[in-house]
Design a protein around this ligand. Sequence first.
Ligand SMILES: [Zn+2]
Length: 149
Amino acid sequence: MREAIELSLDNIDHGGGPFGAVIVKDGRIIARGANRVTASNDPTAHAEVNAIREAARVLGTFDLSGCEIYTSCEPCPMCLGAIYWAHLDKVYYGNTKADAKAIGFDDSFIYDELALPMDERHLKAIPLMHDEAIKAFEKWENKSDKIEY
Ligand SMILES: [Zn+2]
């Protein structure tokens, strides 16, 4: 956690937001990430996502089971989703989402949206061309050599 916090502090001096994360496997840091949203014009470049991408590259796998993430702040919904998809075993966090909100990084609107039924959310999601889209799922379902994840 100390390393993640150090990354969050250091990142402020290098054009990023005050967020850092490290991923640990077998007691050793295998990947680091810092927030690079504005520096790289990438809205998904949060510290946790960057650390996950690095860990997956280092280990050569999309499954990070057996790894734990230490992040300087409680993960936002996107990062939490990425953590689930990566199958990380545990999350340790320093600052809370309330701490983040207090300095202008408020992700509570996303949590609020997720709690609503689709048709009541501010972001409209409109079903379209289902009959054609489903063909990819049927093709996948029938593929005999697919890699499940
Ligand atoms: Zn995030």
